[in-house]
Design a protein. Structure first.
Length: 82
């Protein structure tokens, strides 16, 4: 897919030099850079999305059974265990 973006001249020149030194095309460099950026930031927003899911009408139905919640809490180490 072809697309057009605006970037500062300094960044463009730096990217051009980098791609030339690596023997890669500008398109390949930009595609790899964008892929790396997206992979690095993939997890952002997961907590907010999960909170939104559990804040819905089914939030109470999705809660852990109170007995299981207490048993789980009791199984965690206390400060004395350290």
């Amino acid at each position: 897919m072809k697309t057009a973006v605006s970037i500062p001249d300094v960044l463009f020149e730096s990217a051009e030099g980098f791609a030339r030194r690596r023997g890669m095309s500008r398109s390949e460099l930009y595609a790899k850079a964008l892929d790396a950026y997206l992979a690095e930031h993939k997890a952002e927003g997961i907590t907010e999305r999960l909170d939104a899911v559990y804040a819905g009408d089914c939030a109470e139905e999705s809660r852990l059974d109170p007995l299981l919640e207490r048993l789980q809490a009791d199984s965690l180490a206390t400060e004395d265990d350290w």
